[in-house]
Design a protein around this ligand. Sequence first.
Ligand SMILES: [Zn+2]
Length: 173
Amino acid sequence: MKAVGSVLSLLHSGVAVVVMVRTALALISSDRLALLAMRDQSPPALRVAKSLIQGKGLFTGEPVRARRKLGEFTGERISTREAAKRARGAKRIVIVDVTETEAIDGSVRGGPFQYINHSCTANVFIRIAYGRIEFYARRDIKAGEELTCDYGLSYHEGELACRCGSTECKKFI
Ligand SMILES: [Zn+2]
């Protein structure tokens, strides 16, 4: 009966009721905004094809506006300790650290982003937050362009020669 009492006291106080209604409206409009944002942020059509840099690469099948979300890095979630073990002696490394202790190995049940190549002048940036590895357009990207990101500090530890071909190439990954 305590709950009923508190509802009644809210109804008796005009201010409280107004606040409650406004909160409900705010919730509805923010939900609608979230839906609109999701529609706008639907990932563009991507395809994996022979790269201009090396091996396979990731390409966009449609024009992409700057800051649009392109997708997420998926694969097996492992510890960074296991990641370091797997990276040792591996020919192809597709592991991204999520935190200091957690990483994702894109070569196991991974999606198309395991094929994104490194470039010293990348057109995509990585955002790592809340346990997710997300990719966003750094600039407007034309349909058919190869997507590239800056690997930053990599498991290659600066020993892999970079072939991105950019005039600002740092030569090693
Ligand atoms: Zn380079």
